[in-house]
Design a protein around this ligand. Structure first.
Ligand SMILES: [Zn+2]
Ligand SMILES: [Zn+2]
Length: 338
């Protein structure tokens, strides 16, 4: 089969590789489409937990074309989204229900081969059947939305919270929509790109603020005392450091964006103490695929405007470079097109 391979850091090739073999508790999925994610950029730059060579791709869906001997819940032809995070279920963290912190965590497209490929073998237990009528765009958004659902479970969104979302890429825009459903009274979004800010407004933001030299002044105008929740959806260390300036006393800061491994910021511990701040992380997802599917199927979360490019595997490099340069929203690779 054909697959996108990162042979080593900062290299992309489309290669002919061996077809995956189906284990007894696995299924073979013929991939329909896979989203490019900011995490893929970190992997490509060797600033994440991956090793090379690697077939990337962790945001995907497809059709089951083969089932292993022990598989009982799936059949050939089923349309599935696949949770890329594979938990052992046996370690001390799994037994404490901290599944995504599994000591033996394996992640499809990150620590094992992923879905920028025509076929993939995955465990039955990682597959979620999708309802009829779910579009390919929606189906490829189950994984990123499941990360947002997990973030919502990590945060305590008190009724009528005032929220600041830093960054209006696809994830910032999903966060905007879900916080609207989760009881925020006021959502401000900061971002450099005017088109993205406009989308944030359409998706439920009350105020949009350009991330420029006047950002502080404009944010003070819309929320003089700061925000109950500040969420970083950029992963950019200097932006993250600055975000604490907007946190109210008693506020929660959520690190949602992926910063490069090893990057550091300065923070004043006295302020964490003095203002009763809570600083949270949210890594990937943990059994949040089903709520994400339900949110998409009901139409409560709309992803139709979040995909700017859908291209065949042959155009992966060009699309990846555009995405890395911030010149796209979500990019989907159509693995069925040639
Ligand atoms: Zn992702
Ligand atoms: Zn485990």
């Amino acid at each position: 089969m054909k697959a996108v391979v990162f042979p080593s850091a900062s290299q992309i090739e489309i290669q002919q590789v061996a077809d995956p073999r189906c284990g007894e508790e696995e299924v073979i999925v013929e991939v329909i489409s896979t989203g490019i994610c900011g995490t893929d950029i970190h992997i490509y730059r060797n600033e994440y937990m991956s090793t090379f060579p690697l077939i990337p791709g962790h945001e995907f869906h497809g059709r089951v074309v083969e089932v292993g001997k022990q598989v009982t819940t799936l059949r050939v032809g089923d349309h599935v989204a696949v949770d890329p995070n594979l938990y052992c279920g046996k370690c001390s963290r799994c037994r404490n229900k901290q599944f995504v912190q599994c000591l033996n965590l394996s992640v499809v497209g990150v620590t094992r081969d992923g879905a920028f490929a025509e076929y993939i073998a995955v465990p039955e237990k990682a597959c979620y059947a999708l309802p009829d009528g779910m579009t390919n765009q929606q189906a490829a958004f189950v994984e990123p939305l499941a990360c947002v659902v997990y973030a919502m479970q990590r945060l305590r969104v008190y009724p009528a919270s005032r929220v600041l979302i830093v960054g209006a890429g696809p994830m910032g825009l999903l966060l905007t929509q879900t916080l609207r459903h989760n009881g925020a009274s006021f959502i401000a979004v900061t971002e450099k790109q005017p088109q993205r800010l406009q989308l944030a407004l359409e998706m439920g933001a009350n105020a949009i603020v350009s991330a420029d030299a006047e950002q502080d002044q404009h944010l003070a105008e819309v929320s003089a005392d700061g925000f109950d929740l500040v969420i970083d959806a950029t992963g950019v260390p200097s932006v993250i450091a600055k975000s604490f300036d907007y946190l109210k006393a008693g506020g929660q800061f959520l690190q949602f964006g992926v910063a490069p491994m090893g990057a550091k910021i300065e923070i004043e511990p006295y302020k964490i103490f003095r203002y009763d701040w809570t600083i949270l992380g949210s890594f990937a997802l943990s059994y949040t695929f089903q709520p994400a599917i339900d949110w998409l199927a009901s139409g409560a979360v709309d992803v139709s405007k979040l995909v700017s490019h859908t291209v065949p595997m042959s155009q992966f490099s060009e699309a990846f470079n555009l995405f890395s340069a911030g010149q796209t929203l979500k990019v989907h690779i159509d693995l069925q097109a040639s």
